[in-house]
Design a binder for this molecule. Sequence first.
Ligand code: NDP
Length: 272
Amino acid sequence: MTDRYAVFGHPIRHSKSPLIHATFARHSGQDLVYEAILAPLDGFAECVSQFRIDGGKGANITVPFKEQAFSLCTQRTPRAEQAGAVNTFKFENNAVLGDNTDGAGLVADLTRNLGFTLEGRHILLLGAGGAARGVIGPLLECAPARLVIANRTASRARDLAAHFHQPGDLSVTGCGLEEVDTPFDLIINATSASLAGELPVLASQAFKPEALAYDMMYGKELTPFLRLAQQHGARIVDGLGMLVEQAAEAFYLWRGVRPETQPVIAALRDAR
Ligand code: NDP
């Protein structure tokens, strides 16, 4: 019988995950179907439960359910525990294993696809929501010199920095967006400002010469953040590569097969 997978979100129509996983399955000869399911805002748990009863083997979870997904798991990977958010379920017998592949996806895109070395770098992470939570642990594992989390609501950034702070480690700090006044090698926009066509407050001195500016959002047009970064001479990249790489991590968890990501990223870029 063909194995069933799905992505749950609200909204969900925009999701590229069904196309990405169908392409992975075709390229790697895996027999599966993958659908997009619109979960009601007050009915996520019921929706997931019905999918399991119907034989679902695993799922991805997107906005706004990643924190609820965390609480539905019977087991979690260390990186999901650390993030406090789950974007991937694997269903096995009565167990629900929760994982978070966002950080691994971002790091894979930065290091493998873009050739960017994270070790020893000064990194600014804008935002303190679900996406930011998922990437902090994997970024820190790459031993940057410094990671500053800056958020519109400064207290959320400080709380997040405290959550990831190791005793004796001064490399993670949190602050308000307007407090950023030093230059960085890598600036990651993990706010949802781009979704609304808005620009997070950001001082021009944040961009080192030849900095890399990475917006987790992806689309046809440059986001206001990427336009600003371009004006400051930064190399600019959107989050399409991260999207495909986090999907590949989920596919590996489910199927034990690592799909090729480069052709899928290239096809999605061509299709825009
Ligand atoms: P959340 O709703 O959890 O968090 C939103 C964050 O954005 C908060 O820190 C919020 O600040 C901040 N924010 C919202 N509006 C503004 C604004 N106008 N100016 C400054 N800051 C603002 O969202 P997620 O973390 O889940 O998602 C963030 C983005 O990442 C989305 O665009 C999403 O599409 C993208 N994403 C991309 C992925 C990929 O694979 N490419 C994977 C996951 C997410 P405050 O705390 O003050 O409210």
